[in-house]
Design a binder for this molecule. Structure first.
Ligand code: ATP
Ligand code: MG
Ligand code: ZN
Length: 488
């Protein structure tokens, strides 16, 4: 029978988040960041620490963790080769967060100059217990300019017993004067394997039953940060009973299946726009969160960019998907990929603002097709064709088929479009929805060029009306509209 005390203790431990519970205590326990670890451990071993350090890098990659380990290593009463013992009075105090000479300042909440002034006053007091007084200033980029100036003065002539460790996720916001006075270390995203190893270890200790595929999925989802990875594992653990498998996890975390994304990309790359739109319709109808779909798509495309530069995609993919994504990366030029990512990011922004989410994704598909065709302008000049305007009239079918030349995406926008009127050099076009109108307007230059080349029309004024999807005149486009849009 466990005693009350031990039960309490166990309960406490359960309540501490994984990421805190599994904060590494030694350099050896830290994943990745090998150069940083090595340099700091050497400095601690040889007593050659500098006075100011700047840890820069993404969230949850070990900055605060290594700052604390370094502080321990410098002050430990019985260090071994630069590693802290985690047993002595100093180490235990730091581990408990109760060390008097380790001062952690959050730049976000101590932004004012007064706080830094106070810091300066306290700095001159020699450490009470430890060899060094260590100041960890987190989110240092959040300090006000005045506070920065005050800090700068301190950094210029720090007392011998003081060490500053500044940490930031936004190095570009830290003044050059500060950067130049500190030893800078750049923290990197952790590799997928490192994250997987860490997750596996925690799962083992916590006796969580989770299969490899689910581990991969979490690691992939965390995008290089270990805190997020541990957070996801904890979430999965809290909400499932028994074995955690990837299907359950996909559901639970609301993830979007990468297979679907890869398949849609295949359609887009092959110019099979109709199929891609139908796939989007299916996602929508089956209740998938399209916002998540976009997030997954953008992560996937960024993965392709990395692949293009010979790095690992940072996506956890099985062999089949690895092969496919490698092929897709190869088939795309870098500028195309960048444009695709830009379009997706824009769609991610837009989807938060509109009610008809599926339209945003459908439009995105059209835009992606356009990007892959090399953009509108390149396909415009087809001046060889004869003028199609007869006696000041423009024929609807002629007009639409001419405009369809702009690109594949435009072609789809024009399905169900109507020429409502053409009077006094003013052309009124009916389009299915607002989004299509917006899209149309992006190509106005190309449209005008075509109107001039094919119809001999100059300076035509173009107006729009929204006529909805179903009112298609052509058989074929009605069919398409049905297939593509009524689904959703
Ligand atoms: N490199 C790493 N090795 C092992 N665990 C890590 C590593 N990076 C992060 N972790 C885990 O994530 C938690 C948070 O890490 P830490 O506080 O060091 O991140 P950080 O880089 O300071 O992030 P932030 O910029 O958000 O402050 C740690 O307690 C640990 O569980
Ligand atoms: Mg931190
Ligand atoms: Zn110690």
């Amino acid at each position: 029978m466990p005693t009350d005390r031990s039960l309490d203790k166990a309960r406490d431990l359960r309540q501490v988040s994984f990421y805190r519970k599994y904060r590494p205590m030694t350099f050896g326990e830290v994943y990745g960041q090998s150069k940083v670890k090595q340099t700091l451990q050497n400095a601690a071993a040889h007593g050659t620490a500098g006075h100011a350090y700047l840890f820069a890098g993404p969230r949850g990659t070990g900055k605060t963790t290594l700052a604390r380990i370094f502080a321990k290593a410098l002050n430990c009463l019985q260090p071994a080769k630069g590693e802290p013992c985690n047993q002595c009075a100093v180490c235990t105090a730091i581990n408990k967060g109760a060390a008097f000479d380790l001062i952690e300042i959050d730049g976000a909440s101590n932004r004012r100059i007064d706080d830094i002034r106070e810091l300066k006053e306290r700095i001159d007091q020699v450490p009470s217990v430890q060899k060094y007084k260590v100041y960890i200033i987190d989110e240092v980029h959040m300090l006000t300019p005045e506070a920065f100036n005050a800090l700068l003065k301190t950094l210029e002539e720090p007392p011998a017993h003081v060490i500053f460790i500044m940490a930031t996720t936004e190095i570009h916001k830290v003044p050059a004067t500060i950067i130049s006075r500190a030893q800078r270390f750049d923290f990197r995203f952790l590799a997928l394997d490192e994250i997987k190893a860490s997750l596996k270890k925690v799962a083992q200790i916590e006796k969580i039953k989770i299969d490899d595929e689910a581990i991969e999925l979490i690691a992939e989802q965390a995008g290089g940060g270990l805190r997020d990875a541990l957070g996801l594992l904890e979430q999965a653990h809290t909400f499932t009973t028994g074995q955690i498998d990837s299907a359950e996890l996909t559901n639970l975390l609301g993830l979007f299946d990468l297979h679907e994304i890869v398949a849609v990309m295949e359609m887009v790359l092959a110019g099979r726009g109709k199929e891609a739109l139908q796939a989007v319709g299916r996602f929508y109808n089956s209740g998938h969160d399209l916002t998540l779909m976009l997030a997954t798509l953008s992560r996937y495309l960024r993965g392709l960019i990395l692949l293009k530069f010979g790095e690992s995609s940072r996506l956890s993919l099985n062999d089949e998907l690895t092969a496919k994504s490698a092929a897709q990366a190869k088939g795309l030029r870098t500028d195309q990929l960048i444009n695709l990512v830009k379009k997706v990011i824009e769609a991610e922004r837009q989807i938060k603002l509109v009610a008809h989410r599926h339209l945003v994704v459908e439009l995105l598909v059209l835009e992606m097709l356009a990007v892959l065709e090399g953009g509108a302008v390149a396909t415009v000049p087809d001046i060889s064709s004869r003028p199609k305007k007869v006696d000041g009239k423009v024929d609807e079918a002629e007009l639409l088929s001419t405009l369809k030349k702009i690109n594949n995406g435009f072609n789809l926008i024009l399905n169900g479009a109507k020429l409502l009127s053409f009077e006094d050099n003013e052309l009124t076009i009916g389009l299915a929805c607002d989004m299509y109108q917006k899209k149309f307007k992006e190509h106005l230059e190309a449209v005008h060029a075509l109107l001039k080349a094919d119809f001999g029309l100059d300076d035509v004024k173009i107006k729009f009306e929204v006529i909805g999807f179903a009112k298609s005149s052509e058989e074929s486009s009605e069919e398409l509209a049905k297939e593509v849009f009524e689904l959703s």
